[in-house]
Design a protein around this ligand. Structure first.
Ligand code: ADP
Ligand code: MG
Length: 262
């Protein structure tokens, strides 16, 4: 079987060029993203890291067609989001984007199965047998015996697995996860990460925001955002090296300030 990750010319799934995004407080413009550029290829697994408030979720919402850039171009699966009206944007989002959030965002009165089916009420692809697909996905995330359970009857890890199944129901071309393990303990986080890795191995394109360096370095590539700009965009192995160097600098600085007892 062809290994997608080694294929010569891979398809660009997300193309971000010179993107700016501002919010407005009254008349005052508050710039959040300040000239962001990157591309994500079919089959990539990308982590986005950076301090709170640096603009990660703002960027994710643009990639997920929940919002539009103030300026610059975002092309998702061949479609320039600036060229789409609100309906077009919603259609692209429903068909091509799977979202996973920190808070799971499940509907409390619906069962796991009904939550997974929810996106299909707004957007449908003809070729998909949805009831079979929903069951298959819940089985894939190890919840075949929780299909009729409601979110209150599920643990955090199980809820996030329902959300993963829901994100995949329309066979999107890209999965966007905004701090998907932010509410989970470290063991459950690793479990959820395991599903992402497995999905990626079978070809899924994934962009995941995380504060967890141990998870970030399990992806292919780490994009670090600071104050609305990309500070670095490197293979995960190189990012590990950055982290080690940063730690060494901190240790050296601490050592330099140690009171001497001579
Ligand atoms: P991150 O996800 O990196 O923590 P966000 O993208 O959520 O950061 O937010 C970046 C900045 O934009 C923050 O200062 C936040 O307060 C501001 N912000 C986010 N959403 C809005 C909004 N809808 N209106 C105004 N300001 C916002
Ligand atoms: Mg955020």
């Amino acid at each position: 079987m062809e290994n997608k990750k080694e294929a010569g010319s891979r398809k660009v799934i997300v193309d971000v060029s010179n993107v700016y995004k501002s919010y407005y407080l009254g008349r005052e413009e508050v710039p959040i993203l300040k000239g962001v550029n990157f591309q994500v290829f079919d089959g990539d697994f990308v982590a986005i890291v950076g301090p709170s408030g640096s603009g990660k979720s703002t960027l994710m919402n643009l990639l997920g067609c929940l919002d539009r850039p103030t300026s610059g171009v975002i092309v998702v699966n061949g479609q320039d989001v600036n060229q789409l009206d609100d309906n077009g944007l919603a259609h692209l989002r429903g068909m091509e984007i799977g979202f996973i959030f920190q808070q799971y965002n499940l509907i409390p009165r619906l069962t796991a199965y009904e939550n997974v089916m929810l996106p299909t009420y707004a957007s449908k692809k003809e070729k998909i047998d949805y009831p079979a697909k929903a069951e298959e996905l819940l089985k894939m995330v190890g919840l075949e015996d929780r299909i009729r359970h409601k979110p209150t009857e599920l643990s955090g890890g199980q809820s996030q697995r329902v959300a993963i199944a829901r994100s995949l129901i329309n066979e999107p071309s890209i999965l966007l996860a905004d701090e998907p393990t932010g509410n989970l303990d470290s063991k459950t986080s690793e479990e959820v990460m395991g599903y992402f890795r497995e999905l990626n191995r079978s070809g899924a394109t994934i962009i995941m925001i995380t504060h967890n360096h141990e998870l970030a370095v399990q992806t292919d590539r780490v994009i670090a955002i600071h104050d609305g700009q990309i500070k670095s965009d490197v293979p995960a192995a190189e990012y590990v090296q950055h982290l080690k160097e940063e730690q060494m600098t901190v240790i050296e600085q601490l050592a330099a300030h140690e009171p001497s007892h001579s």
